[in-house]
Design a protein around this ligand. Structure first.
Ligand code: MG
Length: 342
């Protein structure tokens, strides 16, 4: 198989603030794999939080090319060879997505049919990024009025004592189902104070309240009146058993797992341990989101709004239908290469 890759920078529709960072643009790597007269596409969103960058992803892809072989259907064997190279999950995710896209195109089938999973999934949440309580409420009210989304995810963790007020302000203007994501910015005591109040405001679950690996995780699991979902604590299959000790569910992202194949292993491991399963995303184009859609159909909760936070999504294919991110019924990932792509 021939591999090509290129870095791309896309602008966000508005600055996106969470507990630890604010982004105005996103740096991605687009991957193309050629075999049998078809082209498979995939996208990497390297995570600086995990020591990845466009440069490190690009270096990895250079090293990975000779390990791919000639058979795109040999997914297990290719995955084992790539696993010999450490880290770089986002770049591995891009290759895994491109392989699935290629296999689907060679068979003339969408990836979701190839995997034998439903096309549709639970509705995606839309993320209300971190701001002052009034500002978050104003944005939530606008999203509510547009009527495109059926649930909202509120980013918390400002360390200003106002996180519960943020949720109260949004609840005053929106009756939608709510979830919150603290991105590791509470202590155990803060979490034990805030979560009961969030429960009275109708919040359904809390994502990553504590820092990854925080020793208070098991205590919070025992005492929290709301389910705790673990994102920064849970990257790949080997992280799932420990999550059963400190949470009620896991948040899978393809950029952390290294792709669709590992994500599906994680879903099944989580089910065996009695954990809930959510799929999230980074800020990605429709190409990245298209790879998440088939996994979303196996999850309880879906947060695949990354492409909808961009100023312009260059990869049409996934459609937001009645709040659900619905993949195309075209072959492979079903996305269309952008006109004028570099
Ligand atoms: Mg999260």
């Amino acid at each position: 198989m021939d591999l090509a890759h290129r870095p791309v920078t896309l602008a966000l529709a508005a600055p996106f603030r969470i507990s630890r960072s604010t982004d105005v643009e996103v740096e991605l790597v687009w991957v193309e794999l050629h075999a049998g007269g078809e082209v498979g596409y995939g996208e990497a969103q390297p995570q600086d939080h995990y020591g990845e960058s466009v440069a490190s992803a690009t270096d990895f892809l250079e090293q990975a090319e000779p390990l791919l072989g000639d058979d795109p259907f040999a997914l297990e064997e290719i995955g084992a060879r790539l696993a010999e190279l450490p880290g770089e999950r986002a770049a591995k995710c891009a290759l895994d997505a491109a392989l699935h896209d290629l296999c689907g195109k060679l068979c003339g089938q969408p990836v979701w049919r190839l995997l034998g999973v439903p096309r549709s999934s639970p509705p995606t949440s839309f993320t209300i990024w971190l701001g002052d309580p009034d500002d978050m409420a104003a944005r939530a009210a606008r999203v509510d009025a547009e009527g495109r989304f059926r649930r909202l995810k509120l980013k918390l963790g400002a360390r200003d004592g106002l996180d519960v007020e943020r949720v109260r302000a949004v609840r005053a203007v929106s009756g939608r189902p709510l979830q919150v994501d603290v991105n590791e910015y509470w202590t155990v005591d803060e979490a034990l104070d805030a979560i009961p109040e969030l429960a009275t405001l109708g919040v359904e679950y809390v994502e990553q309240p504590l820092p990854a690996g925080d020793p208070g995780g098991a205590l919070l699991r025992e005492r929290s009146p709301l389910p705790v979902y673990l994102d920064e604590d849970c990257h790949t299959l080997e992280d799932v058993p420990a999550c059963a000790e400190r949470g009620h569910g896991i948040t899978i992202k393809l950029a952390k797992s290294g792709g669709i194949r590992e994500a599906i292993r994680m879903v099944h491991a989580a089910r065996a341990l009695g954990l809930g399963v959510m799929i999230g995303c980074m800020i990605e184009s429709g190409l990245g989101i298209a790879a998440g859609c088939p996994v979303a159909s196996l999850c309880d909760h879906v947060d695949l709004d990354g492409n909808l936070l961009l100023a312009d999504d260059p990869w049409p294919g996934v459609a937001l239908v009645d709040g659900v991110q619905l993949p195309s019924d075209g072959p492979g990932l079903g996305v269309t290469r952008p006109v004028g792509a570099p």
